[in-house]
Design a binder for this molecule. Structure first.
Ligand SMILES: [Fe+2]
Length: 275
């Protein structure tokens, strides 16, 4: 089957048309990898994958990580279930409710994941959109003076599981944290990407507290500018695959009374962010 890579009318992303993701051959996988590097975000529509097929799709891009929680809605340890479906009041999935601020998955780890694929199984009538920023385009559009300023800067990121908004944060000690180049280089393309996000970036090393906070806010404002963001309104059967090195993402609020069920595979990286 021949597939077409159709760029979205947006600052990033491409739709993959003509692919049955239940069975992907070697040539199709190579096309997907090239599109992933070029567009940072891939959209597949009208899919209905079994968990094993979603894992196989993710494996086109790298090894699949284990999830921190095995959900009864999957039963597999390599499927992350994101859902507000509850049994006896207890969520059966992770990150069940509400809005989530812009973040880069696992940026608080030494080796954050390379990407992820997220498949919509049940969605609310409205809300629960996922927004993606183009962190490569944002870097490239910075004034030369700003590029020179951040050239060698490092940022420290931390996260406590379950936090969804920066205002929810309590204390920042004793939580997983990692320090990475603020402008990281993507090995396959040589391009640079802004590794900073509203939810998880605590400070820029070597700057005063106020200068650090001002620079984080300035760069996050650039990333989150609507002109740098694609917002996806989900339909059942959609799959989004993102390059976590080149994007950050956020979730809009949705009614807690309506079921939402998403299944995700997380693609491991081999090395941490490079300068
Ligand atoms: Fe995320």
């Amino acid at each position: 089957m021949s597939l077409t890579v159709k760029p979205l009318d947006a600052p990033l992303g491409a739709e993959i048309v003509g692919l049955d993701a239940r069975a992907i051959d070697k040539d199709q996988a190579a096309t997907l990898r090239a599109a992933f590097l070029r567009h940072h975000l891939l959209l597949l529509r009208g899919q209905a994958l079994e968990d094993a097929q979603l894992v196989a799709l993710g494996e086109c891009f790298g090894a699949i990580a284990k999830s921190r929680m095995v959900s009864p809605l999957s039963g597999r340890d390599d499927i992350m279930v994101i859902s507000n479906i509850r049994e006896d009041g207890k969520p059966l999935g992770q990150l069940p409710d509400g809005e989530m601020a812009f973040h880069i998955d696992q940026i608080y780890r030494d080796i954050p994941c390379k990407g992820a694929a997220l498949h919509a199984v049940e969605i609310p009538e409205a809300g629960g959109d996922t927004m993606f920023s183009n962190n490569v385009a944002a870097y490239e559009a910075l004034p030369e003076a700003m590029k020179a300023r951040i050239e060698t800067l490092q940022a420290t990121h931390s996260f406590q599981y379950g936090e969804t908004l920066r205002e929810n944060r309590t204390q920042t000690q004793d939580r997983p944290q990692a320090t990475h180049p603020l402008a990281r280089r993507i090995p396959e393309t040589g391009k640079r990407s802004l590794a900073v996000c509203r939810l998880m970036t605590d400070r820029i090393e070597g700057l005063s507290e106020s200068d650090s906070r001002a620079l984080i806010d300035e760069l996050c404002d650039v990333l989150e500018n609507p002109g740098n963001v694609y917002s996806h309104s989900w339909k059942v059967g959609d799959i989004l695959i993102w390059d976590n090195r080149c994007t950050s993402h956020a979730r809009t609020d949705f009614p807690s009374t309506q079921r939402r069920l998403m299944k995700r595979v997380t693609i491991k990286d081999e090395i941490g962010p490079q300068p």
